[in-house]
Design a protein around this ligand. Sequence first.
Ligand code: 5GP
Length: 191
Amino acid sequence: MKLLKDRILKDGKVFDGNVLKVDNFLNHQIDVSLMKEIGEEFHRRFEGENVTKIMTIEASGIAVAAFTALAFGVPMVFAKKSKSTNIADSVYLAKVESFTHGRVYDVILSKEFLSNSDRVLIVDDFLARGNALHGLIDIVHQAGATLVGTGAVIEKGFQGGGDELRAAGIRHESLAVIESMAPDGDIVFRD
Ligand code: 5GP
């Protein structure tokens, strides 16, 4: 998606630890016009798949998923990060290792909002090693729902999560795939 790649080149800042900050359009301030285009692009790529629900994880996936759900005309649900050890049996639960904070946390989704009749598209802001998406896929499986595919706005291709999903036969679409980046160097895209 050219519009997105141009924006990453203009505003993206690379930090140590292979972290890309895009706080002025995706992760802190949100460019809603760009987000609308992003939602419509995911719709173009997955239309005809009878998607019934868009799913993501809080917090930074929410805006991406909301605009995607709007383009599809379906509801959006997000998994919540839970600190409670006393988990009710009314929720699906998965464990996710955070890329940015390095610790493992529980994510939950109420059983009320996902069922075996759902056809789910999962989206998130970033894809690095794939832990967040794997946690969400786990929840889709627990619900007996059908996974249509997964999508990321920005994939850091050199961290392997996207290629692993594709190798596992999951239809994964990233709107920009970064092949390499360095704190004081260029950001290079895969294509
Ligand atoms: P993964 O679980 O695929 O290893 O990492 C994806 C999650 O970590 C995303 O939900 C995203 O919030 C966060 N993340 C991973 N890499 C980056 C990055 O370079 N920049 C930002 N802003 N978030 C990232």
